[in-house]
Write a protein that binds this ligand. Structure first.
Ligand SMILES: Nc1ncnc2c1ncn2[C@@H]1O[C@H](COP(=O)(O)OP(=O)(O)OP(=O)(O)O)[C@@H](O)[C@H]1O
Length: 369
């Protein structure tokens, strides 16, 4: 996070919990490019952590460093008190699932799952059966990967990753090759399985919805650095930087100024919170659901008039883009549900009064990234 990109209100995010897996000061360069820049990340035992960020921010490289598939240039990786940072992958006690299922096409499902299991034959067969039951693929032992759907192949990959009961499960975009419906159901199953087994999971994804739905903790990355570590609610509601606010969900930004009476305003809108001493201007941030389309104008309330520019039907809500009547360049995105009084007023070209839930607003200092 840049120094200037300082949150003015409620700047605190949850203090990182004591870790079981400690990633401390991990750096990685490829040629001249710094891909990981002194990453610190504690991961609790049993936690489901998502590494979330845009393409190229270093998520996969960090996962590969934890796996020992890539050697870090600096920093340490300590798991359960054991420094694993220089150990070969086989000695690190993890299972891994990749985006491309990475199954052996010439081996059956059972052989794929058993690969790497060093057990006597009978025990191995029993373990494979147990693992296939776990991913609800019992009865498919003798089939080949090409006979399975993408979702089924990924379940086999998951069973194989868990075959040796590792303490850590590493997942590199495991759901992104699947179609939306399969992805959603496998997402829920993955979470339920991780909970049931109590295995610590680290998953790379660029899909914010997936991270919000699955993770106990999200580490948001940008350009080789960690921008914020927090629960899904924290990173969504209390983003620590403009980058996080803009990357996760939809963000509204309004310039604000504190007047002589100490009231923070943006046009006709006034906000409950004041700015710190010596900071007369800032940018207010809120989410689409924090803006209310009011059924009636009321003088004296903190309302402003807006013009409905566009309305999209998103199923549960109407998402509208509004421009402020006082400044047509200032756009707000609002989500209005069917039961809200403002719902029928959302007609393109219409004028509507809007207000913003004062405590939902957060301020960022202007000039930030
Ligand atoms: N083996 C490599 N040699 C050179 N550059 C690499 C190598 N692996 C990754 N990079 C570069 O490092 C940067 C980070 O890559 P990485 O795969 O970790 O990003 P990512 O956040 O996982 O992105 P994506 O979601 O697109 O996979 C990228 O600019 C990438 O081109």
């Amino acid at each position: 996070m840049k120094q200037t990109d300082l949150l003015l209100a409620d700047a605190e995010t949850a203090a990182p919990p004591a870790g079981w897996l400690h990633i401390d000061g991990v750096s990685k360069r490829f040629g001249d490019a710094v891909v990981l820049d002194r990453i610190d990340l504690p991961v609790r035992r049993g936690e489901f952590l998502c590494l979330l960020g845009p393409s190229g921010c270093g998520k996969t490289t960090l996962l590969r460093v934890i796996a020992g598939l890539e050697a870090q240039d600096g920093g340490t990786v300590v798991m359960g008190g054991r420094d694993i940072g220089a150990l070969p992958p086989a000695q690190r006690d993890y299972g891994i699932v990749f985006q491309s299922y990475a199954l052996f096409p010439n081996l059956t499902v059972a052989q794929n799952v058993a690969y790497g299991l060093k057990l006597p034959r009978r025990e191995r067969a029993a373990r494979v059966e147990q693992l296939l039951q776990m991913v609800e693929l019992d009865g498919r032992q003798e089939q080949y990967p090409a006979q399975l759907s993408g979702g089924q192949q990924q379940r086999v990959a998951l069973a194989r990753a868990m075959a040796t009961s590792p303490s850590l499960l590493l997942l590199d975009e495991p759901l992104s090759a699947l179609d939306a419906r399969v992805r959603d159901s496998l997402r829920q199953e993955l979470k339920a399985l991780q909970r049931r087994l109590g295995v610590t999971a680290i998953m790379v994804t660029h899909d914010q919805e997936e991270a919000l739905a699955l993770a106990d903790t999200i580490a948001v990355m940008s350009a080789g650095r960690i921008e914020q570590v927090g629960t899904p609610e924290q990173v969504y509601r209390e983003p620590a930087s403009r980058f996080v606010a803009g990357f996760i969900g939809c963000a509204n930004w309004l310039p604000v100024r504190q007047d002589e009476e100490g009231v923070v305003r943006s046009g006709d809108l006034s906000f409950g919170r004041s700015l710190p001493t010596g900071v007369p201007v800032a940018t207010a941030f809120c989410r689409p659901e924090d803006i209310r389309v009011e059924p009636h104008w009321s003088a004296g309330g903190s309302m402003t008039m807006a013009i409905v520019e566009r309305v999209d039907f998103l199923g549960g809500v109407r998402r509208a883009v509004l421009s402020l009547a006082a400044d047509r360049d200032a756009l707000l995105t609002v989500d209005v549900s069917r039961n809200d009084p403002g719902y029928p007023l959302l007609v393109p070209g219409g004028r509507v009064p809007v207000s913003i839930a004062p405590h939902a607003v957060r301020y960022f200092i202007d000039g930030a990234a």
